[in-house]
Design a binder for this molecule. Structure first.
Ligand SMILES: O=c1ccn([C@@H]2O[C@H](COP(=O)(O)O)[C@@H](O)[C@H]2O)c(=O)[nH]1
Length: 286
């Protein structure tokens, strides 16, 4: 970690306290571009992204660009993504790159260099990763994040109904695959937790899960942030958070994309939608 960089977990806690516990996703779906009166082309992508960043980067704790929607436009889409990351960070938002990367360790090192090397054009405050090539394969990303004061969010219990067939599978030791990911994250967060700080290694846990058997506020607490997608278009609401997260609800960072973006392109309407959502989350988390 550089001398000046606070660890990601502490920066996230500060941002959530100051701006409200909300992450807004930047997901330029073709249908949203159309709803905003924009073309499904590079000019539309650029206008959409700039509108969201200009409206929200100074207001919300975290912006989460979904890499897939930029990748589909090739190198010019990636250039839009690079500018969005830089502009959002300059305006004060933490940027969580939703790239869900996962591969063998040697390739994971290249992904770590892409998103977690402060000298790189896509350097982000945190990145999403998939632990389903084995948690140990994430080691290069975990180490790069530690060195940069950045964060990593590993998929644990995803918001989609298909996730359970892999994540709820029971291992030979009787624990589920998801539980093993959560336990590994807790170990990564141990040093920060010992100092009374929120850890920098988070889990992705869908707000859609209902009363999960995985007790995230008890034996499976990770002492780090819990990114909770699924509110809005996928059907969950802030009122669902306590049942899913129990005592860990204070560490939850709900993530909403279409539920906020559908209020655009008017900047004031985007800000109002994000602010309403943050208030609803605060009401259940405090
Ligand atoms: O379990 C997961 C992990 C990631 N996502 C991502 O979050 C957003 C959700 O968008 P909405 O429009 O708010 O439904 C999207 O980028 C997903 O790829 C998730 O939904 N579930």
């Amino acid at each position: 970690m550089t001398d000046t960089a606070e660890p990601f977990g502490a920066r996230l806690r500060g941002a959530m306290d100051a701006r409200g516990p909300l992450c807004v996703g930047i997901d330029p779906h073709a249908s949203l571009l159309a709803d905003w009166g924009l073309g499904d082309d590079i000019a539309g992508l650029e206008r959409f992204t700039r509108t969201v960043v200009d409206a929200l980067a100074g207001k919300v704790a975290v912006l989460k660009p979904q890499s897939a929607f930029f990748e589909r436009f090739g190198s010019r889409g990636i250039a839009v993504l690079e500018r969005a990351v830089a502009d959002a960070r300059a305006a004060g938002a933490l940027v969580l790159m939703d790239a869900k990367r996962g591969d063998i360790g040697s390739t994971m090192a290249a992904y770590a260099s892409a998103y977690l090397d402060p000298a790189g054009p896509l350097f982000s405050d945190a990145v999403t990763v998939s632990p389903y090539l084995g948690f140990g394969s994430l080691r290069p990303a975990l180490e790069a994040a530690r060195a940069a004061g950045a964060g990593v969010f590993a998929l644990a219990l995803t918001s989609n109904p298909e996730g359970a067939e892999v994540q709820h599978a029971v291992r030979p030791d009787g624990t589920t695959v998801a539980a093993s990911v959560l336990t590994a994250l807790k170990a990564e967060n141990a040093a920060e937790a010992a100092e009374g700080r929120l850890g920098s290694y988070g889990a992705v846990v869908g707000a859609t899960l209902g009363g999960t058997a995985h007790r995230l506020g008890a034996d499976l607490a990770i002492d780090g942030p819990l990114l909770a997608p699924g509110i809005g278009a996928q059907g969950a609401t802030p009122a669902d958070l306590p049942a899913v997260f129990g005592a860990a609800v204070r560490n939850v960072l709900p993530s909403v994309s279409r539920g906020v973006l559908r209020h655009g392109p008017d900047a004031a309407s985007l800000v109002a939608a994000a602010s309403r959502m943050a208030d609803e989350v605060r009401a259940v988390a405090e």
